[in-house]
Design a protein. Sequence first.
Length: 321
Amino acid sequence: MKQNFTVRQGALDGVEAFLSVAQHRSFRKAAAELGVTPSAISQAVRALEARVGAALFIRTTRSVSLSEAGERFHLRAKPAFEELVAASEVARDLGQRPAGLLRLTVPRAVIPILLEPLIASFCQAYPEVEVEIAASADLVDIAAEGFDAGIRLGQFIAADMVAVRLTPPFPLVVVGSPEYLRRQGRPEHIDDLRRHACLRMRRSDESIAPWSFVDGNKPIEAIVSGPLIARDFPTILGAAGEDMGLAQVPKPIAVSLMKAGKLVQVLEPFAPMAPGVFLYYPSRHQMMPKLRAFIDHVKSRSGAINKSQKRMDGERRPEPN
């Protein structure tokens, strides 16, 4: 079987020529198989013999046979070369079609509301791609950690990343359970939070995130306190549903509980807008087909996602470019 390697191949110079001559016991037939001249085959074998430091063939005018050194070299070189060719074919295959393992780092909060529908339809469309999801609230260095892409809120994505919008901007809402609000009263202004139990988030840099608001066009950060600190929004949201206090979370993850009456939004006039959720990855260069297919799939479904998000928010916003 003809292999897709040239005769001159760096450290492998002459190895393919040697194996072909050893198989056919003929320099002429080896040259025909590899598509080069007999003289090129002879030169490659001589160069290999010079590097090895031993004659690999016994040549006569009538025949070509392996020397003892050639027999030993052939015993090791043939399986090693075949394995290298197989590895090259596997890598080439992954570089030509969507296949292999696609690793994504994703905040746990977005998995049920956003990622599950995308993943289900993607896996149906590309059955040769395996998807691995690492749920983490930390800001992961996707290149250093071996991920193909990540999903994050827009404000947390580094400037050197390529970003693909998954959702339109959405508000950050403050919510509490009806029972908690019955006990503690409903805050009407940002200053009222001083007398409330506020459930807080610890960032990946170990600082505790302040709560963000807007008063007119003026952004405000409020330092709040309360009985619980967590590292992800679902934990905070669950605690709010258990009457522990108020939580500030992205509206998409709270909307189902709000519609069910288990959580109530407060401080509506002061709710700031978050930039939305984005898929991000390091570079457009040398992108594997599995990631290209996932990005195209995300883009093809982003219109439906955005329309659903707008209906949820009850208003239409212009789409960013």
